[in-house]
Design a protein around this ligand. Structure first.
Ligand code: ZN
Length: 134
């Protein structure tokens, strides 16, 4: 992807805050909790803004929602997305979020598929962190 496209791409990453023993764990240079570039699918053809393929961000970010919604097989199967595509020529991540709020099945599926990917990563992290019940 040319650099200009990367700069214009809607980017909403994937990260979390880690609290350990009552304090925020910031890590080196404050980058603790960065989940975006954990590779979750080596067979993915989606190129991440970091240049690799299969990063979590390419599945769960707002940019990923937008990219998925703009695939013909997705918008074609949603009257809501098809209307936006036909009127504007491009579906934004905000359109997808609005579709989720309105219960559009394709938009809800985009979010549900992202949730499955995110849950897989969070399950691994929880297992590694091994938190106690309180
Ligand atoms: Zn990446």
């Amino acid at each position: 992807m040319p650099r200009e496209s990367l700069l214009r791409a809607p980017v909403v990453g994937a990260g979390l805050g880690i609290v350990s023993e009552g304090a925020v764990h910031r890590g080196e240079a404050g980058a603790s909790g960065e989940l975006a570039h954990i590779q979750v699918d080596t067979s993915s053809t989606s190129v991440c803004r970091c240049g690799r393929r299969g990063c979590l961000e390419t599945f769960v970010s707002g940019g990923a929602f937008e990219a998925t919604a703009n695939r013909g097989e997705v918008w074609w199967n949603s009257p809501y997305l098809k209307e936006i595509h036909d009127d504007v020529g491009h579906i934004s991540m905000d359109d997808v979020f609005s579709g989720i709020a309105q219960g559009d099945q394709q938009c809800v599926k985009i979010a549900a598929d992202a949730g499955i990917r995110l849950a897989g990563v969070l399950a691994v992290l929880a297992t590694i962190y091994n938190p106690a019940k309180s």
